[in-house]
Write a protein that binds this ligand. Structure first.
Ligand code: ZN
Length: 354
């Protein structure tokens, strides 16, 4: 029957600033804060948000596929019925169909039906910041930390050296070109926003950076990012991220007068454009599950789920985005699937499979 589950990592780059709000205030002087990891304080996109967006876009992709095929009258409405939260309309129509032949309800789960609901074959991790762009006097540098790197690949954990607190580690190459242009005094410092840090290199960092580069090249992330990496300690990383978020100020408009509302100035924060995020999608083998007493018919195997349900949603992230403030030009996320994913994930499950 094959592996019982399989996990794939996806990497995405913010094309716009991304605001996934907490729905409340509370961080410094910003009115509309974004969701943060409770332990590290680094902003993230919660897996639950990601799952909801995936569900909607996967349903849209299925619907588009339906429309492009020959119209036959008995075809299912994936969107909006199976896409949303599942509540039927007041007249009883709509809502999750909960059928064994529905790729959306079987993969993302449903809350109703004769069988009493189903948790879904796919599970989504939080999307974590992997590389965070910071303006420096040398142009943008993408900052990461050992903890952030391990979210991409746990195996990198063994390669992480001990890092000093107030230092940014950069590659040899970057430092040498700097040496040629600048005086001895300034050579060893770099500003990350308003933070001025000493620049260092070391062999182990260099090796880690190369491993990271090799891993990310599979995702077709552009070289201007990979050639401008900086690594800081896990302790410093949240400070660098939180002090370089995009903060915008806006004012509410009174719909009656069309003018600015008195006292309605508000600010909101977002992950800046060009932030690189990483998340996992884990799919369970449909052969191991039943809906009611019937086998699942919508998806045959794990490959099928990734290829026909999960990955067709990715183009929609780039156009319709994630999170709030979409009307203010926020949220678009370009998703990169790794090249030769097949090989990689097979290897992964061969190692961890049962
Ligand atoms: Zn359905």
């Amino acid at each position: 029957m094959g592996n019982s589950y399989e996990r794939r990592s996806y990497v995405g780059m913010a094309i716009d600033p991304i605001h996934v709000g907490t729905g409340g205030a509370g961080f410094g002087s910003v009115d509309n804060t974004i969701v943060r990891d409770p332990v590290t304080r680094v902003p993230k996109i919660p897996g639950s948000s990601l799952a909801g967006v995936y569900r909607t876009y996967a349903a849209m992709a299925q619907q588009a596929q339906n429309r492009s095929q020959a119209q036959n009258p008995g075809q299912k409405n994936f969107f909006p019925d199976c896409a949303g939260l599942g509540q039927p309309r007041p007249d009883g129509s709509g809502g999750h169909c909960g059928q064994k032949d529905c790729p959306i309800c079987t993969v993302f789960g449903f809350a109703r039906g004769n069988a009493g609901g189903f948790a879904g074959l796919a599970a989504f991790s939080d999307a974590h910041v992997l590389l965070f762009p910071v303006a420096t006097r040398e142009g943008p540098v993408w900052i990461t930390s050992p903890m952030a790197i391990c979210q991409l690949d746990e195996k990198l954990h063994n390669e992480v050296p001990n890092l000093e607190g107030d230092v940014v580690y950069r590659s040899e190459r970057g430092c040498k070109s700097e040496q040629a242009h600048e005086g001895e005094q300034r050579r060893k410092c770099l500003n990350l926003g308003w933070l001025l840090l000493e620049v260092k290199t070391c062999d182990r960092i260099e090796r880690l950076k190369n491993t990271l580069k090799n891993t990310l090249e599979k995702y077709s992330i552009c070289n201007c990012v990979l050639d401008n990496l900086g690594i800081v300690s896990d302790k410093l990383f949240p400070h660098v991220v939180n002090s370089n978020l995009e903060v915008r100020t806006s004012v509410a408009i009174n719909p009656e007068t069309g003018a600015a509302e008195e006292g309605a100035l508000f600010s909101y924060e977002a992950l800046p454009r060009a932030t690189v995020l990483v998340w996992d999608v884990t799919c369970k083998n449909p052969g191991y599950f039943k809906i009611g007493n019937s086998d699942i018919e919508a998806v045959r195997d794990i490959q099928n789920i990734f290829q026909n349900v999960i990955e067709p949603a990715h183009p929609y992230f780039e156009y319709l985005g994630v999170g709030g403030m979409g009307t203010r030009g926020m949220g678009r996320l370009r998703v990169f699937s790794p090249k030769n994913q097949q090989q990689q994930s097979t290897a992964q499950t061969a190692e961890g499979g049962q």
